[in-house]
Ligand binder design. Structure first.
Ligand code: SAH
Length: 406
């Protein structure tokens, strides 16, 4: 156990003062003036400012461009008990938000239990789907605490099973191997979960990311009122989250489009489970092609959903990403019936809310439509946003009404 004096000390350069001293948890490699003491990758270090004043404690990985991620601004000991308490607090937050009185591992619903920096546990993602936990330790500094994390999740959430989805390429940037598998007792990896009364099918082993996108849960509920008796296109549907909600709300016809046949298999299975087969249709295709085809064939919908993957994976890719968002949104606006709705998302952390709205405005102008913003929404509260940490706020969701006149 390292006492305070034997802890390695990382001193910040003057240029790091602004952001880190104002509460942001990341120290980049070029913001480090010196390191005193021996550091093994993943070790806890003490961060001090250039005047040697204590800033906080975090874990360090010299291999990563984000070299230190702060865990606390207090001079405490970072140990298993510290990490376990953070996990416990994260679980308590969800329980109080959603009025869950029993263990979350007994709930039929789905929750993100830990949202990385949003829960002051950088690098850790934990989702719970109908009692089954899926986790990712995406940085070396958090991966080291895996045993404590798993034991805390078992104790405080009492899940039916735990699956590790560390087959994420970002781990390689940290010098970590990709790996995945059951932790403890194996279980059928295709699990069911209740989302606002819809039974959703989640493949925790082969599904995308952790298996299901819980950040859109409230938005899927928000679109229901628009869909009754309507024709709906769920573009980039994945396992059918939006489409199932639309169909349950009484949509006349829902077409789910995704390039992944495996994703549509999950959507098909869920449609059957919910007795919605008559209203739901599925097509394996590239959305860019399908939008062009519908435009050319004058095929229109009352409601179009767009929920593409992140087009911008870095700020440098922003221009191209915005062009991609504009293209699909413009084409989608063209195939919405006069007075119908476009429900459009971006999960790119590098695209700001303002840039997203400007892109929509450009798209509307270019296709000569009048577009009214009905609602501006974001990620659900189990993906909490920390002020001063813009990376925690990534999801933009807009309900737009599209009119032909201009
Ligand atoms: N709307 C979904 C989440 C979508 S995630 C939900 O509510 O859960 C993005 C999806 O887009 C993935 O399923 C991916 O397979 C799909 N995808 C990526 N590029 C695509 C393209 N060009 N055409 C169609 N689907 C695409």
């Amino acid at each position: 156990m390292a006492d305070a004096r034997s802890r390695p000390v990382v001193r910040l350069t003057p240029n790091a003062r602004h952001r880190v001293l104002q509460g942001h948890p990341w120290v980049f490699s070029n913001e480090i003036a010196s390191v005193d003491g021996h550091v093994e990758p993943g070790d806890i270090v003490e961060v001090r400012d250039r005047r040697d004043k204590f800033v906080g404690l975090g874990y360090m990985n010299p291999l990563s461009a984000i070299t230190v991620r702060l865990l606390t601004r207090h001079d405490v000991e970072i140990n298993g008990a510290f990490i376990r308490e953070r996990v416990r607090q994260a679980i308590l937050y969800r329980k109080s938000l959603y009025g869950e009185t029993g263990p979350l591992g007994q709930s039929p619903k789905g929750y993100r239990l830990v949202f990385s920096e949003g829960d002051f546990l950088p690098g850790l993602i934990v989702d719970c789907f109908g009692g089954y936990i899926v986790f990712q330790t995406l940085t070396l500094g958090i991966d080291r605490w895996k045993e404590d994390i798993v034991s805390a999740l078992s104790e405080f959430a009492e899940p039916k099973g735990i699956y590790e989805r560390n087959d994420a390429p970002v781990r390689e940037l940290e010098g970590l191997k990709q790996t995945s598998g059951f932790v403890g007792q194996p279980f059928d990896p295709v699990v069911e979960m209740d989302e606002n009364g819809v039974t959703v099918v989640v493949d925790v082993q082969k599904g995308q990311k952790t298996g299901y996108f819980l950040d859109q849960t409230d938005n899927r509920f928000a679109i229901r009122a628009l869909c009754e008796g309507k024709t709906v296109l769920d573009a980039f549907s994945y396992s059918g989250g939006f489409g199932l909600s639309a169909a349950l709300a009484g949509a006349e016809q829902v077409l789910c489009v995704d390039v992944s046949d495996a994703a549509l298999d999950l959507a098909r299975a869920a449609a059957t489970r919910n007795g919605l087969n008559g209203a739901m249709f599925f097509r394996v295709a590239n959305v860019f092609d399908v939008l062009r085809e519908f435009e050319a064939g004058n095929q229109q919908f009352d409601v179009v959903m767009l929920d593409p993957p992140a087009f911008a994976r870095s700020r440098r890719m922003l221009e191209r990403a915005l062009a991609g968002y504009k293209e699909i949104n413009l084409r989608a606006m063209k195939i919405v019936k006069d007075g119908g709705f476009l429900c459009t998302s971006s999960c790119s952390q590098h695209v700001t809310k303002e840039e997203f709205d400007e892109m929509l405005e450009d798209a509307a102008r270019d296709c000569r439509k009048t577009v009214r913003i009905v609602e501006r929404r974001g990620q659900r509260a189990d993906h909490p946003v920390v002020l001063g940490v813009p990376e925690t706020e990534y999801l933009k969701f807009r309900v737009c009404q599209v009119f032909d006149f201009r």
